[in-house]
Design a protein around this ligand. Structure first.
Ligand code: SAM
Length: 238
């Protein structure tokens, strides 16, 4: 899977892309992440990519020209049949594991990171295929949300984890939460690992895990057991 990230702050990606599973997946060619510095697409002599908002008020807004130019350039240099262009935006479709599975079908994602007060509305209306939010809170920029998409999608790419079945055992892959996990020692500060996990009875262990997962879901996230209140259609595309 390929990611083309358009950002005014490419340095923000250094750590998360160069450690752990994402690092290994990149080294093995399972995913490719190309960072495109938005400032390279500015025609302004000071490489400015933002301007004051029409109508007044505080904050700066990312200008449309460099963003449209960056997407055009990426599409020309790295053509891809199954590509989607996504604006990271707190007003977008809420991101979750089902959305991750949907996006996994894409060969390439172009991820646009907003910053400052936001992005000129024409970008959301006319440049992108969809907008995605990683939650109901506001971050400084779309860089961390883009990394959230890259990380969560990389885990789902076959071969990225040691065990391709692992994601299907994680929370949210279907509807519920994962079961609890324990490792050695069997007793720590008087806290014991449940006996069944030490028993060697695989059927009993599987039954215990199913029960624990079901009760964790009921206790911690009963909302997951209800029909989804808010789907893509209701949230709209932008
Ligand atoms: C400070 S935010 C702008 C918030 C905007 N004024 C609003 O209230 O909707 C700057 C940029 O960060 C990104 N961003 C912030 N929170 C986000 C979230 N929850 N999900 C996705 N992107 C987010 C977007 O790219 C956004 O354009």
């Amino acid at each position: 899977m390929n990611f083309d990230v358009i950002t005014a702050f490419p340095g923000m990606f250094d750590g998360p892309l160069t450690e752990s599973i994402v690092k290994r997946a990149r080294e093995r060619g399972l995913v490719q992440v190309r960072l495109h510095d938005l400032r390279h697409y500015s025609t302004d002599k000071h490489r400015r990519v933002d301007d004051v908002p029409y109508g007044g008020g505080g904050g700066m807004v990312l200008k449309p020209e460099p963003l449209f130019a960056a997407v055009d350039d990426v599409q020309m240099r790295y053509p891809s049949a199954a590509s989607r262009t996504i604006l990271l935006c707190p007003q977008g479709t809420p991101y979750n594991q089902q959305e991750a599975k949907r996006l996994l079908a894409c060969e390439r994602l172009i991820l646009i990171c907003g910053h400052y007060e936001g992005v000129d509305e024409r970008v959301g209306q006319h440049l992108v295929d969809e907008s995605i939010s990683i939650g109901d809170y506001v971050l400084t920029g779309g860089e961390i949300p883009a990394m959230v998409l890259i990380d969560s999608l990389t885990r789902l790419v076959p071969g990225a984890l040691g065990d391709d079945e692992a994601p299907s055992r994680d929370s949210f892959y279907t509807t519920g939460l994962d079961h609890p996990h324990y490792t050695r020692p069997a007793e720590f500060r008087g806290l014991k690992v449940p006996d069944v996990l030490l028993s060697g009875h695989h059927e009993q262990i599987e039954a215990w895990r199913r029960d624990q997962a079901a009760s964790a879901t009921t206790r911690k996230r009963p909302d997951l057991l209800k029909p989804r209140a808010r789907g893509r259609a209701e949230a709209g595309d932008h």
